[in-house]
Design a protein around this ligand. Sequence first.
Ligand code: HEM
Length: 483
Amino acid sequence: MTQGWLTTEAGAPVADNQNSETAGAGGPVLVQDQLLLEKLAHFNRERIPERVVHARGAGAYGTFTVTADLSRYTRARFLAGIGKETEVFLRFSTVAGNLGSADAVRDPRGFAVKFYTEDGNYDLVGNNTPVFFIRDAVKFPDFIHTQKRDPYTGSQEADNVWDFWGLSPEATHQVTWLFGDRGIPASYRHLDGFGSHTFQWNNEAGEVFWVKYHFKTDQGIRNLTQDEANRLAGEDPDSHQRDLREAIERGDFPSWTVGVQIMPAADAATYRFNPFDLTKVWPHADYPVIELGRLELNRNPRNVFAEVEQSIFSPAHFVPGIGPSPDKMLQGRLFGYGDAHRYRVGINADHLPVNRPHATEARTYSRDGLLYDGRHEGAKNYEPNSFGGPVQTGRPLWQPVPVTGVTGQTEAPVHAEDNDFVQAGDLYRLMTEEEKERLIANLSGFIAKVSREDIAERAINNFRQADEDYGKRLEAAVQALRG
Ligand code: HEM
C-alpha cells in the first residue's frame, strides 16, 4: 500500500481515526460519522464460511520440475520434457479441526496442489495417506459428522467416531494408518503426499493408463508421539504453519520427489484388488513408483486470507491428457468441491489471483455474478458467434472408457483378493514391535473412552479380523484401561 493520507473506502481523506463524531465531546455518536459506520460494517463481514472440512491449513507457492519424461503415458503438456517447470501452489491442512484449531493433532493432512499449467490449472487434491476411510461419496457427510462436533455435546465424541468406524469395516486400513506413527506428522515439511485416488492418463495415441501419484518428502518423514503432540498443541497451536513459513523465509525450501504408479488399462478388470477402491493401495511390487519430477516450495503468500483462505482446489480441475477414474469417491468429489467454492468464496472464486490460471487465461461465456470484475469488457456473451470469440477444440481432456451393467445403487465390484481387512492386516504385520505397541496404545486410549460396550466391541472386532494378534492385544489394552 502506498503512503499518504488515510482514506475512507471511497478514497476521501480521513481527518480523525481516533475519535468518533459526537454531539458535544461527551454526547452520543452521530449517524453522519460514516467512517465509524463503514469500519464497523466492514469488520462484521471480514469472515467467509470456513471450509466444512480441512478448515485449518497453510499454503505456499513453488515450482514443479519434470525429471523424467513420461510423455508416452500422458499428453499433459506440463509433464512433457525433462527440465520443464510449472508454477504450483500447495495448501496443507488438517481435516476435522476448525479454522482456529491446533496443528499438532492426530488427523490426516491435506496435500492439495495446484499446477498452473499452460492448458489451465490442474489440481491434485490429496492427503498424506494413500487410502481413505470409505469408498463411496454417499457416506462422506455421515463420516465427517462423526469427526466433528456432536449436535448435543458440541464436542467430538469417541462414541460417534467408533460407532461409525465399527459399522464401516472398510475404514480399518486407514484407521490403522492414522493411529500408527505417521498419524501425527512433526511438520508439513516432513510428510509424504498422495493423489490417493486412481486417475486416468491418456497419451497422443489415445491409449489409457490408470495412475496413482506419490510425493515423497526430501526432508525425511518425521512424526510426533501422542505425548509430544499434546504438549506442542498447547504450547504452539500454529506449529506447522509457522514451521513452513519460517523454513521458506530462511531459504530452506522444502521439496518432494514426485512419482507415479502406472497401470495399463487392460490390467484393471483382473487386478487382484479393485484398482478404483480408495481403501486399497496398489502394492509397489505390483506397480512400482516411477519417478516423474520434483516439487519445491519457495515463496510464501503475501496475504493469508487472500491466498490461503480464498484458495480453491477441485478434483474436477483436469487438463488435456488427465482425467477421472470410475472411483466412486472421486466421482462424488467432482461435484462437491466446485459447489463448496461457489458457496464459500462465490461464483467468481476462479478469477481471484491465487485461483486463476497463471500460464494461460480462462476464456468463457459465463458472465457477471457477485464481484464480477468486468474482465470480458464488451465481448459477446454467447457461443457460437460470428465475432471471433473463443471456440471449442473438439478434443476431450480424457479418453472415453467402456462401461457395462445396469443402473442401480450397488457396491463396487469385489476383485479376487479384496476384503475390508487384508491390507490393514498387512500394514500391521509390517510394523516393528515398538510400532505395534504405540499403535495399540493410541487406539486403546481412544476406544476406552467409548461409553457403550457393544460399540467398543464392534470396533475392536474389525482389527481382530485384520489380524488375530492385533485384535487380541487391542482388546486386552482397552480392558486394562477400562479397569
Ligand atoms: C466424497 C468424498 C469427499 C467429499 C465430498 C469432500 C468434500 C470436501 C469439501 C467440501 C472440501 C472443502 C472445499 C472448500 O471449501 O474449498 C474439502 C476439502 C478438502 N478435501 Fe475433501 N472431500 C472428500 C474426500 C476427500 C479425500 C478422499 C481426500 C484426499 C484424498 C480429500 C482431500 C481434501 C483436501 C486436501 C481438502 C482441502 C483443500 C484445500 O486445501 O482447500 N477429500 N473436501
